[in-house]
Design a protein around this ligand. Structure first.
Ligand code: SF4
Length: 291
């Protein structure tokens, strides 16, 4: 049997050239109100025999792979023993392998012991993608994230302490205009508490048919205007405190692509936001925004 993936498949933009290996199918939570990614996919962890066969098939085509991304939604939910077996085989079968990335939810990291996480780091997990979404408990509850901000921070800090670098994302506009300031300030506080290796902004983009889409159509939620998204990001950057964290807002959903290292490039990025606020033609046009 050849190398194949069970659709739909999602991966972070920075894993565009990675070999994708599905450890799980779907997302174990599958309930966030803004997400339709795996709505039609029944969640399960694949068996070792299935994964082993996938790796054997993939190495026929990708023997020079340097990067592997472990999918789907939150592959970190799989047992540590299974993940360690996968990492061992990947490093044996792909001699040029340099980086292995994976998606994780807070509960996945909290369910593992510090020793488990250290072993995964030593076995080659080199980047963990982690959706913070918002630092506000009120917003996390509204979007059905299924975790508290205290759990998100604890899980993130536990991974970083075990040597697993985190790439954390948050979503501009997730609280709408009413909770914009709370969202910005509390997300800044949560990101500062985790102090991840990477921090990335996405901007709220509502997929048709999502729970959030229906709320907007019923008039129960409002999206931010482009100007409001910039103001929200400005408050966040003013309040965050990080050391050597690479910040990006270059995802296609954002109106203004920014890139810098926090805190050192904070003033430069704030100046770019100020410039865009008085020159709206600098913003990415609506028709070019997407996911
Ligand atoms: S945890 Fe991630 S993949 Fe799962 S429903 Fe929420 S946003 Fe979607």
């Amino acid at each position: 049997m050849g190398y194949y993936l069970v659709p739909p498949v999602y991966r972070p933009p920075s894993e565009a050239s990675s070999l994708i290996l599905q450890i799980t199918l779907g997302c174990s939570h599958n309930a966030c109100s803004f997400c339709v990614a795996y709505k039609g996919k029944k969640f399960r962890v694949k068996t070792w025999q299935e994964i082993e066969a996938d790796i054997d098939a993939a190495k026929e085509y990708y023997q020079f792979a340097t990067r592997v991304f472990l999918a789907d939604g939150n592959a970190m939910v799989a047992d540590t023993s299974l993940l360690l077996k996968v990492l061992e085989k990947l490093h044996r079968d792909f001699p040029y392998l340099e980086r292995v990335g994976i998606y994780a939810r807070a509960g996945d990291l909290l369910d593992k012991t510090p020793e488990d996480l250290r072993k995964l780091s030593e076995a080659g997990i080199s980047l963990v993608y982690y959706g913070l979404e918002s630092g506000s408990d009120r917003i996390l509850k509204t979007i059905h994230k299924g975790v508290t901000i205290a759990q998100v921070i604890e899980g993130g800090r536990k991974a970083m302490a075990a040597g697993l670098p985190l790439s954390v994302t948050f979503i501009i506009g997730l609280g709408g205009p009413d909770l914009s300031e709370e969202h910005a300030k509390e997300t800044a506080a949560a990101a500062s508490a985790i102090n991840p290796a990477y921090l990335s902004a996405l901007t709220m983009f509502i997929p048709d048919g999502s729970f959030m889409d229906r709320k907007i159509k019923r008039g129960e939620f409002k999206l931010l205007t482009p100007e409001q998204t910039l103001k929200e990001l400005k408050i966040l950057l003013e309040n965050v405190s990080l050391e050597g964290c690479v910040f990006r807002s270059n995802h296609a959903s954002n109106y203004l692509p920014l890139k810098g290292v926090l805190n050192q490039d904070r003033d430069k990025m704030l100046a770019q936001i100020e410039r865009a606020l008085v020159n709206p033609h600098l913003l990415r046009p609506e028709f070019l925004r997407g996911l």
